[in-house]
Design a protein around this ligand. Structure first.
Ligand code: PGA
Length: 248
């Protein structure tokens, strides 16, 4: 039985005052939310969020890391630095990293190894563009990204997969339940083929316009083990509804 994970990706949003949302979230989830809960704030807030969330069931993660431990990489943050700040997870290969920063799956693969080296759980994102979907390439693209982005040695403790169709991110559009089920089953099959029984335990999140209105329906789909939530994670009131949907 895979416990669901409700993961909030705050992207480039949040200032010191946003700790009020974290506090509302902590108050709302109580001591047992019934699923795992993770917030990935911008890197400037990680330490403060870790301190505030200490003793609560909410974990704090990063949104990216560099593949190397340290060195001359201005503006970058290593997996070891995230770990040192108290993060437990890091999102890698998000489509906005792939498009804004030209990250390919080989880069994501190296970053995933770095996350493991530091003792972080990597949330590895994959997903097709609208043009790729329209031309029937979804499973081929997702399969290729999955194969190339994951190093050998993925397990349920070091890796979470997030399937995020690019055209669904921040658009209010989502695939049909049937389409999500088909892609998640294909990802499950690939994980089991490559990683054996660990592949059965690795969680597969759905991401892309998940919100209080659709979360329950999406969470109920087979092989959907939680959500990677952008916009609807910024307000505690919304994210608490997503968490409730993941717990039921
Ligand atoms: P969204 O973003 O929920 O705002 O669509 C999801 C994501 O990009 O992780």
């Amino acid at each position: 039985m895979r416990r669901k994970l409700a993961a909030g990706n705050w992207k480039m949003n949040g200032l010191a005052g946003s700790i009020a949302e974290l506090e509302a979230l902590i108050g709302g989830v109580g001591s047992d939310p019934g699923c795992d809960v993770l917030i990935c704030p911008p890197v400037t807030l990680i330490t403060r969020f870790v301190e505030r969330a200490s003793g609560s069931p909410i974990a704090i993660g990063g949104q990216d890391c560099h593949a190397e431990v340290s060195g001359a990489h201005t503006g970058d943050v290593s997996a070891e630095m995230l770990k040192d700040a108290g993060a437990t997870h890091v999102i890698l290969g998000h489509s906005e990293r792939r498009s804004d920063h030209g990250e390919d799956s080989a880069t994501v693969n190296a970053k995933t190894s770095a996350a493991w080296r530091a003792g972080l759980t990597a949330i590895v994102c994959i997903g097709e563009s609208e043009a790729e979907r329209d031309t029937g390439q979804t499973l081929a693209i997702v399969g290729e990204q999955l194969a190339r982005s994951l190093p050998d040695g993925a397990s349920s403790s070091n890796t979470v997969i997030a399937y995020e169709p690019l055209w669904a991110i921040g658009t209010g559009r989502t695939p049909s339940g049937e389409d999500i089920a088909i892609v998640h089953q294909a990802i499950r099959d690939m994980l089991e083929k490559r990683f054996g029984s660990e592949g059965s335990s690795i969680r597969i999140l759905y991401g892309g316009s998940m919100n209080p209105g659709n979360a329950a329906e999406i969470m109920a789909i087979r092989n959907v083990d939680g959500g990677l939530v952008g916009g609807a994670s910024l307000k505690a009131a919304d994210f608490l509804q997503v968490i409730a949907a993941a717990s039921s």
